[in-house]
Write a protein that binds this ligand. Structure first.
Ligand SMILES: [Zn+2]
Length: 278
């Protein structure tokens, strides 16, 4: 949390709340998540500035304050809320505005809040190295083919490589591979053209459906909506397609959840999944 669909909805919900509002105070509750790149104090540089825009670059939310920016990289556990009396222990930074408040909290303190000037984004780790944005017009099937054809990574590792695809985390990588019926460890160069076509379509469909679902759910901004996932964190539960127990495997240091029947390992073992269908 948050992954791409979560961030799209967070952006949609923060824009009408923040744009045009002037910052009256910034409370740094835990400085460990803060990076001030500007060379002057946060108080002097940012209090009194107004939110002009908000846009997402991969996993980063960039709050435009005119001649300066606040860039937040929530990583695995960062959360946003508009609750004026938010008092939980995970609170890290609070922006106060007249009539509103924005809280950034992170219980594992992995995320970062960068106070930056517009020319300094290259100093933010990974900000300038994002691959093609998966919900942009640039993410065409041709563009996807071009990137995957060059890769010899395992498919799940390729999906999570944000310098190629911006950006998939653990939950949606698993969901997309399930939808595409591809084993997470299948090396990209062993995928057939049909597999790659299905994978592209699955990325588009899973992200679009999840964004719609989270939008309709209207949960509190800091609530992680995950009840729509079919395999993620569902070890030993029945696969929604075939009833086989969902398994967990380690793929390059990440837990991956998949159905061993719907997503057989292709390539090395040459299991024909068509023959395994009931
Ligand atoms: Zn299955």
């Amino acid at each position: 949390m948050p992954e791409l669909p979560d961030l799209v909805i967070i952006e949609e919900r923060l824009v009408p709340e923040l744009i045009g509002r002037k910052i009256s105070a910034i409370e740094i509750v835990d400085p460990i998540v803060v990076r001030n790149l500007t060379g002057s104090s946060i108080e002097d540089g940012f209090v009194g500035a107004s939110f002009r825009g908000l846009y997402r670059n991969g996993p980063f939310l960039n709050f435009d304050l005119g001649d300066k920016n606040v860039v937040i990289h929530p990583m695995l556990a960062g959360r946003f809320s508009l609750e004026p009396n938010y008092k939980k222990k995970d609170l890290c930074v609070r922006f106060r505005m007249e009539g509103s408040v924005l809280n950034y909290s992170d219980d594992v303190r992995m995320g970062k809040v960068y106070f930056s000037l517009p020319g300094q984004f290259a100093q933010i780790p990974k900000y300038s190295e994002q691959g093609v944005d998966l919900i942009s017009e640039q993410f065409t099937e041709e563009e996807f083919q071009r990137r995957i054809d060059k890769s010899r990574q395992q498919t799940r590792v390729f999906l999570m490589d944000q310098s190629k695809l911006s950006v998939l985390g653990n939950a949606y990588s698993d969901e997309i591979l399930f939808e595409a019926r591809i084993h997470p460890k299948t090396p990209c160069h062993r995928l057939t053209s049909e597999d790659k076509h299905r994978l592209y379509e699955s990325i588009r469909r899973v992200l679009a459906d999840s964004i719609d679902y989270i939008r309709r759910k209207k949960a509190p901004l800091d609530f992680k909506v995950r009840d729509h996932v079919k395999v993620r964190n569902r070890k030993n539960e029945p696969c929604p397609n075939c009833g086989t127990k969902i398994r967990r495997a380690n793929v390059l240091g990440h837990d991956s959840f998949f159905c061993p029947v719907c997503q057989p390992m292709a390539g090395e073992q040459f299991i024909d999944w068509n023959r395994l269908q009931p």
